[in-house]
Design a protein around this ligand. Structure first.
Ligand SMILES: [Zn+2]
Ligand SMILES: [Zn+2]
Length: 168
């Protein structure tokens, strides 16, 4: 009799576990549905589309050296730069917004460098050309101040041997 009770209990347990597993599957299905719902565009807060964008190609290999995206409005402009050194976002002063927009639309890397050398971290003014991370030899510069090694900047050397500060 005791053994039979154990078997019955086991069967009941198995049924319970199966039912639970089924519930879990349903729950995860529900989760997937909710996620796909969240993927649909939300009209109340649309992802801002860039006002201008440009991918600057490496003069040595043609790969992307740096990609810029400019976001408006001009009163609160921001530019993002993706390159081998880092991805960075910079605020754009309202009076500079149109100028930067033109630079990015035309892909004028030299004027971009004159506008802000850090945004144009992939550009060599000596060559008047852009290079990707494969073609910039680069190293960190530490500033020894009060006995601490502060990470000061990233310097680089282009394939032609020109050196510049890539990021400060
Ligand atoms: Zn160079
Ligand atoms: Zn390259």
């Amino acid at each position: 009799m005791k053994a039979r009770t154990v078997v019955l209990t086991l069967v009941a347990l198995l049924q319970a576990v199966t039912a639970q597993a089924q519930t879990k599957i349903d729950a995860s299905r529900d989760g997937v549905d909710r996620e796909s719902l969240m993927m649909t565009p939300d009209m109340t807060s649309p992802t801002p589309a860039p006002v201008a964008q440009h991918s600057f190609a490496c003069a040595s290999c043609g790969q992307a050296a740096g990609v810029l995206h400019l976001f408006g409005p001009a009163s609160a402009g921001e530019v993002t730069r993706d390159s081998f050194s880092s991805r960075s976002t910079y605020k754009v002063a309202p009076e500079s917004f149109e100028r930067l927009r033109t630079i990015i639309v035309t892909g004028d890397a030299h004027t971009l460098y004159e506008f802000d050398l850090e945004i144009a971290s992939f550009y060599c003014p000596g060559c008047r050309a852009c290079y990707c991370g494969e073609h910039w030899a680069r190293w960190n510069v530490f500033d020894d101040e009060d006995g601490f090694d502060w990470h000061d900047s990233i310097r680089g050397r282009c394939p032609m041997g020109h050196q510049r500060m890539l990021e400060d």
